[in-house]
Design a protein around this ligand. Structure first.
Ligand SMILES: [Zn+2]
Length: 388
């Protein structure tokens, strides 16, 4: 049994507690949390804030060997071309990078990860990791359907079998998945659970669906894919995509840089299980722009935080994502960001029974955040230290 106190305890399922305490039993389960330390209880006292372990809702652990290999600031389409044109990597280097990234995330206070997998490369590390992984087995057929949809789905099936639970099949993005492939994904998934999809990351994506014009036309031509059968919908990418998703599942929309209030309203009236993942450092890396968080907050959107992969980020660290959001849009206060980074993420991945808040009976991990400014904001030197 160990009790911890700090200037502020953020349970996430109740208001922050000034000078609060939290007690963990020896198995890592929360046994008590409150504002007045019970008589006779000795506590480890810290300066700073105590929070549950973070939930990183969007990562591609299998791409960890790609750090620094693709240029920043080019926009999504050149970025994707850059990724595709990279040469084969030694499997031993891939395995080592995955192991290192898993360890790094644990030490950075990350308790659970929603991880996109196109291969089985990460399965071994996930099975023995202290981090809880929810695997999103991703498929894309570049809108081709037919034989190509069958072929890519067969590959996804092999990946799915090799990855540990919990897991679901997911579509990559509106601009890479045909109606036939969406149907295969929906049919194969058990009911319930969470699916994710990359969403509205670049202006070209809306342009493509609204008017079948813009950068994606050249992108498909350069790769030799035929998109003659695709027609303009006169709707945004999100509006075009919703009918292909199953509203009975939790759906996590990822990036949402160009998502408007109308898009949010449409999605949230389509299903009451919609979540949004923001990956600000990856957005800055690739497109050098961010979502407008005020719109999401105004629409009551359930926000979560992802790191994306080391292809498009400098580190896999939820704290660094929170710092970036607050540095660029200062009205997003610290309690709000901690809520996004902990309980909202755990709910999005269906892991909130065990993780995401300092609640009696859960095993959420415990992270100390140190070095805030006088107003309680993150500073460049704010650090996360794992205590449990
Ligand atoms: Zn991604």
């Amino acid at each position: 049994m160990t009790t911890y106190t700090a200037d502020l305890v953020f349970p996430a399922d109740q208001a922050p507690i000034p000078n609060g305490y939290v007690t963990f039993d020896d198995s890592g389960k929360v046994s008590d949390v409150g504002s007045v330390l019970p008589k006779g209880v000795k506590a480890q006292a810290y300066k700073g804030a105590l929070v549950a372990g973070f939930v990183n809702t969007h990562c591609h652990l299998e791409l960890s060997h790609m750090i620094g290999r693709v240029d920043t600031g080019t926009g999504l389409l050149p970025f994707l071309k850059g990724v595709v044109s990279l040469r084969q990597v030694d499997p031993a280097d891939i395995a080592k990078a995955i192991e290192d990234a898993d360890k790094y995330m644990w030490e950075a206070g990350i308790q659970a990860v929603g991880d996109i997998s196109n291969t089985a490369d990460t399965a071994k590390v996930k099975t023995s990791s202290k981090i809880t992984y929810f695997t999103f087995v991703e498929a894309f057929d570049f809108l081709q359907g037919g034989a190509m949809a069958k072929e890519v789905f067969a590959k996804a099936e092999a990946t799915y079998k090799a990855q540990p639970e919990p897991k679901r099949y997911v579509p990559h993005a509106p601009y890479t998945v045909s109606p036939a492939l969406y149907a295969m994904i929906n049919d194969a998934n058990p009911s319930g659970g969470t699916v994710s999809i990359h969403n509205q990351e670049t202006p070209a994506e809306n342009e493509f669906f609204e008017s079948k014009s813009g950068g994606f036309i050249d992108f498909y031509r350069d790769f030799g894919f035929n998109i003659e059968h695709v027609s303009a919908s006169a709707k945004t990418s999100l509006a075009t995509t919703l009918p292909h998703l199953n509203p009975a599942n939790r759906v996590l929309f990822v990036h949402n840089t160009l998502t408007t209030k109308e898009d949010m309203q449409l999605a949230q009236s389509w299903s009451d299980k919609v979540y949004w993942a923001t990956c600000p450092n990856a957005n800055l890396y690739i497109e050098n722009r961010l979502p407008r968080y005020a719109d999401f907050m105004e629409q009551g959107a359930r926000m979560t935080i992802g790191t994306d992969s080391l292809t498009s980020n400098w580190q896999l660290c939820v704290l660094e994502e929170m710092k970036t959001i607050q540095r660029m849009q200062r009205y997003v206060d610290t309690p709000t960001l901690i809520q996004w980074a902990t309980l909202n993420g755990a709910e999005a991945l269906g892991l909130a029974d065990e993780l995401g808040s300092l609640t009696v009976g859960k095993r959420p991990g415990l992270v100390l955040l140190e070095d805030f400014d006088e107003a309680g904001r993150f500073t460049p030197s704010t650090k996360a230290k794992r205590l449990v």
